[in-house]
Design a protein around this ligand. Structure first.
Ligand code: IPD
Ligand code: CA
Ligand code: CA
Length: 260
């Protein structure tokens, strides 16, 4: 597992370097659309091709759940969950917050997660049962115990607005009861920052497995808690996530109260 981890970290950083180089010559004419407000570009696609090719060499036989569909091969045991560029809208607009996110799942269990925040050169990683790390130094979630001293992160709805009114009530409640909320534009970064104590918690709905898989394991290995909006375990494929330190149960209670 250690060798595998080192190889994945090298691959995430190499891909990050490619994305960083491309960001210098990127302009709006290169944006493509997968759906309303769902941006993509040759950079996302090329980055994913490089990651899938690299991972296929590192662990032959493993399958993939990859955002841009470079490989749809599935395995009964090991599957990689890949977001080559989490934060594409930021990337396209020159906002420097985006990351490479790679997770490994063994059957239904996350076993490894790597989130590389490209422009800060910060690599977060975790292996199940072995703790969480930032650039190889151990990290833990924040020691803050109450919501009134917490800074939270979220992601705004941007294509499916059906549950907007409930979401706005939750935002209203958190705005009044915390130090504030941030919308970084990359769920992988939100989770990584929760793992190292910059945020006390993060919540979002309508996310995909590749947005959250690596980051969720990193939060848990950093001593945090992760659940869906009902407090259950369906946060990888269930499109709802609440991650946090000790304030996570209080966040979950408030969200559940207003979510239907
Ligand atoms: C997006 C980011 C964003 C979140 C969106 C995701 P992408 O991923 O994680 O923070 O709010 O829901 O789709 O499209 O940039 O890979
Ligand atoms: Ca994403
Ligand atoms: Ca992406």
């Amino acid at each position: 597992m250690q060798q595998l981890l080192q190889d994945v970290i090298v691959l995430a950083k190499e891909t990050g370097e490619f994305i960083r180089q491309e960001s210098r010559k990127f302009d709006h004419s290169k944006i493509e659309y997968k759906g309303k407000n769902d941006l993509v570009s040759y950079v996302d696609k090329e980055a994913e091709k490089r990651i899938v090719a690299g991972l296929s060499k590192i662990l032959p036989g493993a399958g993939f759940i990859a955002e841009e569909g470079t490989s749809t091969k599935k395995s009964d045991t090991y599957n990689w969950i890949v977001d080559p560029l989490d934060g594409t809208t930021n990337f396209a607009h020159g906002i420097p917050v985006y990351a490479v996110s790679i997770a490994l799942m063994k059957r239904n269990e996350l076993t490894m997660g790597v989130v590389y925040e490209i422009n800060r050169d910060e690599c977060f990683h975790a292996v199940k049962g072995q703790g969480a790390f930032l650039n190889h130094f151990p990290i833990t979630v924040s020691p803050i115990k109450t919501l009134d001293k917490s800074l939270l992160a979220t992601g705004f709805p941007y294509y499916n607005f059906e549950q907007m009114s409930q979401y706005l009530v939750i935002l209203d409640e958190f705005m009044k009861s915390t130090h504030g909320l941030r919308r970084m534009g990359s769920a992988a970064v939100d989770l990584a920052y929760t793992a190292c104590g910059r945020f006390e918690g993060f919540f979002e709905y309508n996310l995909q497995p590749w947005d959250v898989a690596a980051g969720a394991l990193i939060v848990k290995e950093a001593g945090g808690m992760v659940s869906d909006f009902k407090g259950g375990d369906d946060y990888i494929f269930g499109r709802q996530i609440i991650a946090g330190n000790e304030v996570q149960p209080a966040m979950q209670q408030l969200i559940q109260e207003h979510w239907f």
